[in-house]
Design a protein around this ligand. Structure first.
Ligand code: PLP
Length: 486
């Protein structure tokens, strides 16, 4: 049973107080009681919104807003009664005594998740082996096995396991000798990690806008940003969609600059039938808990050239010589992945085909339902690509961006974990000083304003997608009819 902190207001309180309480509890609702703690009703943020639109103000009493028809249960009722009572409308139930005094409440917390790991293969068995043998640091057989399995799957020859997708990027820049005074081209719409890595290397990030369909760097804008100082382009295959590698490779070849592929979100994605990561001089992957496969924290760095791979292996391990212990050939890092994490990685790699198949099945189900909603643009495959759809990310059409936050909030209230996409880098304070005077990023901004990532976890069922579809259709009726959309 839940405690009543931050969920109760009295019938004498103003609606502004109720809003504060709702804001604190993140449940989208609160209970109204009288001076005897007798339940008077449930007040949702929807009730408040409707009340404010009608005629009331923030100084009016909660009673004016109250939906008095309120569902409640006796606090002694059994669990199955509670479970049966939850439905699309009822997700928060007050529990009362015989005199209707509020005792507690229950909420249906079974979320439809954005992403979550599946660890029911050999993960436990392999972890046990590490513990039983004592090989828990970064020496131990699983590190090499994990690298080999990864290499076999992606067909990238030289793979090194590292502690995260971020350290993989830092190591990539260091291996390519990128340093203070250099410039590196990066997309303006990305998770911040590649940009932070550039800044930590001492180089300057140069931002380029993205393509409206793929969410990836707009290759037609890259050349204008190349200067004598440009040493590399980091392409990010965002949300699983590969960047246009043919054109980017042509530019790199012509201008003699290096390519780093950030494939953190694109394991299982292909460009011209080749796995992403096989095109650049270096490529990086992440195994954070929300990725296609996970090791908890972890990453992989992959190289075309053996010379680069050997250099990175030394840098990963404090810069120490392979032949002479404690002899440092480089100023290195400790970016190693542990045997424990690699053990999980090995078990995950055994099921990688299942993970990809599962994602594609999810996408098929989403597409067949959501294609009926003509106010949405669904994610797709633009160019000679196979997208592994890390997160199923939809776009609101036309001028519907003003509803984005409300839709996300309401979906979350109903246990559907929806999320906005990454903020464009150009909007955030730490990165503003790297912007050039006339920089404008209209597409990143437009995508940010219109996009919503929907639940993409492996356990999202067909029935969950039907539920998501129902809610989204409801938004069309409630919000959109009011406006000029139709
Ligand atoms: C595009 C991108 N690059 C890099 C990273 C960083 O990976 P990690 O979290 O493993 O450091 C992430 C996210 O996790 C990402 O989404």
């Amino acid at each position: 049973m839940n405690k009543l902190k931050n969920i109760v207001v009295t019938e004498n309180d103003k609606i502004s107080k109720a809003l504060k309480v709702i804001n604190l509890n993140s449940l989208g609702a609160c209970f109204v009681v009288d001076h005897n703690n007798t339940l008077k009703g449930v007040l949702t943020d929807g009730d408040i919104r409707r009340g404010l639109i009608k005629r009331y103000s923030l100084n009016d009493s909660v009673i004016n807003f109250l939906n008095k028809k309120c569902f409640y249960l006796n606090f002694k009722c059994n669990k199955s009664t509670i479970a049966k009572s939850f439905n699309n409308k009822i997700r928060l139930i007050p529990l009362v005594d015989k005199k209707k005094k509020l005792i507690s409440y229950v909420t249906d917390k079974s979320k439809i998740s954005l992403a979550k790991p599946v660890l029911d293969g050999n993960e436990f068995k392999y972890l046990n082996e590490c513990i039983n043998t004592g090989w828990i640091s970064s020496t131990g057989k699983f590190v090499k096995i994990f690298e080999k399995k990864f290499s076999n799957f992606t067909k990238i020859k030289h793979c090194l396991a590292v502690s995260s997708g971020t350290t993989a990027l830092q190591l990539a820049l260091k291996t390519l000798n990128i340093k203070y005074g250099d410039e590196v081209i990066v997309p303006n719409l990305t998770f911040a990690s590649p940009v932070n890595a550039v800044i930590h290397s001492g180089a300057k990030p140069v931002f380029v806008d993205v393509n409206e369909n793929t969410y990836c760097i707009d290759e037609t804008l890259i050349e204008k940003k190349i200067t004598k100082k440009t040493k590399a382009i980091i392409v990010v295959h965002l949300y699983g969609h590969p960047s246009n590698m043919t054109r980017i490779l042509n530019i790199a070849k012509k201008r003699k600059i290096k390519i780093i592929e950030d494939c953190a979100e694109a394991l299982g994605s292909y460009y011209r039938k080749k796995h992403v990561g096989r095109f650049g001089d270096v490529s990086t992957f992440s195994f954070f808990g929300n990725k296609l496969i996970t090791t908890g924290e972890g990453g992989m760095i992959c190289f075309k050239s053996k010379i680069h791979r050997d250099k990175a292996e030394i840098l990963r391990d404090h810069g120490m010589s392979k032949n002479l212990k404690y002899w440092h050939e480089e100023i290195g890092f400790n970016f190693r992945l542990t045997n424990l994490q690699s053990a999980i990685g090995c078990a995950q790699m055994e099921r990688i085909k299942w993970f990809i198949k599962n994602k594609l099945y999810l996408v098929k189900n989403y597409n067949s339902k959501l294609s009926k909603l003509d106010f949405l643009t669904l994610p797709g495959e633009y160019g000679p690509v196979n997208n592994s759809y890390w997160l199923y990310t939809i776009k609101l059409n036309k001028d519907l961006s003003k509803y984005k936050n409300r839709i996300i909030k309401e979906l979350n209230f109903y246990g559907i974990e929806a999320r906005q996409i990454f903020f464009p880098m150009s909007l955030m304070r730490p990165y503003k000083k790297y912007l050039n005077k006339n920089d404008k990023f209209p597409v990143s901004l437009k995508l940010f304003n219109h996009s919503i990532s929907l639940p993409s976890a492996y356990d999202v069922k067909k029935s969950d997608i039907s539920k998501i579809y129902e809610y989204l259709s409801k938004f069309k009726n409630t919000f959109i009819i009011q406006k000029k959309y139709l």
